[in-house]
Structure formats: C-alpha cells, structure tokens
Design a protein around this ligand. Structure first.
Ligand code: NAD
Length: 361
C-alpha cells in the first residue's frame, strides 16, 4: 500500500503529521513518501505541482493531502498559484468524484450554529463532480494576465460545460452510494442540484441524471435548484440523504454543509477516479490565520485517512477503528479551539492526535 503524503502549506503540515501518526499506530504496512506541493513547492522549485510530486501521486494507491495556499501568493499568475496544484492533481489523476460526508457527532451538537434539533443525527453525503464545469472551461483573460489581474481588460469570462459521459458517471456514483447507504439504514434518496431554470448546462445535467435514475428504481430521485438547496441545507438539513451536483455548486454547498456540523475542522473528503485511486484531504484550507500555532483541528485529516483506508486501500476495519477512536476522544471531552465549548477540555493539534492514537490502542 503506497501512500503519497503531500502536507502542503499553512496548517497542512501540522494536521497531516497527526494523521500519519495515527496511520503508523495501525498494524498495517504502508510505504509512505512525502513531497512538496502548493506554495511550499513553488518556493522550492518555482511550481506548485512539480513533476516529481505529480509522479509520486500518480504512482501511489492514495494521496494524503493537507491543504495549500497563502495570501502571499495572491499576486502570482494564476497557473503558478498554490491552489493550481489541486486542480492539476484532480485533472491528471482523473479524480472526478468528490465525496464529502457531513455527519454531526452527537458530542458536537452544541458546536453548530443551528438549533440542536435540526442537526442532531445529521448524516448526509454531498457528491461533487470534480473535473468538469466552469472550473475546467475555457477562461478568457488568462493569456493577458501579468500579475494575476487583467489591467485594461473590459471583460472576462469562463465557460460552463458538461458532457453526457461526465454527468452519467457521477450520477452512477451517486445512485450507487445511495444504495449502499440504504443498505445501512438511510432513506435511499438522491437529490440532484442544478440551475436548470437559467443555465442550459444544468437543464442537460437534469435530463441526464433523470435518465440514469431509471436504472435505480429502488432509489428516490428529486431535483432542486441550487439557490433553494442552499436554503434547505440550513432550514431542514436532515431532509437530504445523498446530494449530487456539479463542480461549482458542489464547492459552495459542501462548505455550507460542513458548517452544519460545527466546524470545517471536522470534515474529511475523498476524491476518487475510476480505479478507486484517491486523494484524501480535509474539507478546509490552509488556514494561514492559525498556521504554526499548534491549534488547528487535525480530526478532518485523520478522518480523511480513515476514508483512504476504506475506499482506496481496502481496509474497512482499520477505517472503522479510527472513526471509533475519534468518537471516543470527543466523548472524553477533548476539543480543539474551533469546536470547544464550556465544560470541555481545550487541546492543541498534537495533543488531539496523541489522544486519537491512545484511543486506538
Ligand atoms: P480556510 O478553510 O483555510 O479557513 C477558514 C476559517 O476556518 C479560518 O478562520 C481558519 O482558521 C478556520 N479553519 C480551517 N481549518 C481549520 C482547522 N482544521 N481547525 C481550526 N480552524 C480551521 O479557508 P480560507 O481562509 O478561505 O483560505 C485560506 C487559504 O486556503 C487560501 O489560500 C485558499 O485558497 C486555500 N484553500 C485551500 C484549499 C485546499 O487546499 N484544498 C481549500 C480551501 C481553501
């Protein structure tokens, strides 16, 4: 089992170190190799995704990724910015399906900004298409950009585009996920989120998802406009089971869903290709505001490592052990600052990682 470890920037290095610590506690043999990515790679090699890093990722069964980015790189031309490394990895590895579970742990119900009754027991899965849509369309303006901006330009545009096979394969992923979840006791529903009332691309999306849905008669399908979905996620989040949507809407909705559970520091994510090779990372960014202070919550990254064991490394029992250890630590009342509340014990990044290691033992 070969894992490429790409910590990246900001809190990336701190939180990935804790996940590696947890992985090393398991009685499993991994080959782990670390490489620079993002701003750290730009500083060392002049590119956010050096060829050696990309090769390491492509040759591994899975990538454990921290986060990339810092305000200090905002002046760079767009292709050189740290965030381009993620787009490059997604594109080159063909990571088209992004899974973001939003699960509210009972112990953290009080950490959410929503009323407890709205989120207690919440367990939804957002599936975001990751290699199409406006993020990979034809941009206008980039060619004349000099410092990341377009002095003198009168307009700029990006093109939204989806092909039928791209929509079909993500729809199949969503229906199959809903089926698996249904076997474990959920409702068995896919909500496809679009903007078909305004955008041609998303009328097409809706039609194709509807067609694919006919192959899954055991799974209910409904459609929702993205503006309504954004509202329903805070009004009545438990109405959802599996949500499937395009790249841009998924980007926004999955961050919104992450806050339902209390903190973005709790949410893992998995991005998979057709061979189940995957990139596993927390849903949050590099948090430059708290980087280097030892206060970041490492649990999203540790839970991403659990997803990696389940999806790409075929070790579901080890994944479950990690998830149970995280629950145990929360039940003990240990909290990093982002999820801390009166009556619980505030701990730092490394202490939280150590506690998970101890709970595993
Ligand atoms: P962010 O997710 O880094 O931070 C948002 C807020 O959440 C901050 O207040 C931060 O302190 C807090 N936060 C995030 N993760 C936390 C954790 N584990 N524990 C405790 N608090 C946490 O988003 P941002 O501030 O908008 O972006 C910062 C940088 O990260 C930017 O350069 C952005 O481009 C980049 N970014 C990278 C990724 C990625 O690597 N996949 C994703 C999003 C943003």
């Amino acid at each position: 089992m070969k894992i490429a470890v790409l910590p990246g920037d900001g809190i990336g290095t701190e939180i990935v170190a804790e996940a590696v610590k947890v992985l090393n506690t398991l009685d499993l043999k991994f080959e782990m190799e670390t490489a620079l990515v993002g701003g750290a790679a730009f500083d060392a090699y002049g590119h956010p995704l050096p060829e050696a890093t990309l090769k390491l990722a492509m040759d591994s069964d899975a990538v454990l990724f921290g986060a990339v980015g810092d305000w200090k790189y905002d002046k760079l031309d767009r292709p050189l910015r740290p965030e381009q490394a993620i787009l490059g990895l997604r594109k080159n590895m063909g990571l088209f399906a992004n899974f973001r579970p939003a699960i509210c742990y009972e112990q953290l119900v009080g950490a959410s900004s929503l009323k407890p009754e709205l989120i207690s027991g919440l367990d939804i899965l957002i599936i975001r298409e990751l290699t199409g849509d406006i993020y990979f369309g034809q941009p206008r303006g980039r060619r004349i950009a000099t410092d990341g901006h377009f002095p003198g330009a009168e307009e700029a545009f990006d093109t939204m585009r989806y092909s039928k096979p791209e929509i079909e394969r993500i729809a199949h992923v969503a229906f199959q996920a809903a089926r698996k979840r249904k076997a474990a006791g959920t409702e068995g529903r896919v909500t496809s989120v679009d903007k078909a009332n305004v955008l041609e691309t998303f009328q097409f999306w809706k039609d194709v998802v509807t067609e694919v849905g006919k192959e899954y008669p055991d799974i209910a399908l409904d459609h929702m406009y993205v503006d309504n979905a954004a509202m329903q996620l805070v009004k009545e989040p438990k109405r959802f089971d599996v949500v499937v949507t395009g790249n841009m809407f998924g980007d926004i909705l999955s961050d919104e869903a992450s806050m339902l559970t209390g903190s973005i520091g709790m949410l893992p994510s998995a991005s998979l290709n057709t061979k189940n090779q995957g990139l596993y990372e927390p849903s949050h960014g590099s948090a430059p505001d708290i980087a280097g202070k030892g206060v970041a919550n490492p649990l999203a990254t540790i839970l991403s490592a659990a997803m990696m064991l389940r999806f790409s490394l075929n070790q579901p029992e080890a994944a479950q052990r990690i998830e149970a250890a995280v629950q145990k630590v929360l039940a003990q009342g240990l909290r990093t600052g982002d999820i801390w509340s009166e009556g619980t014990t505030k701990v730092g990044t490394a202490q939280m990682g150590d506690a998970v290691v101890k709970a595993l033992a």
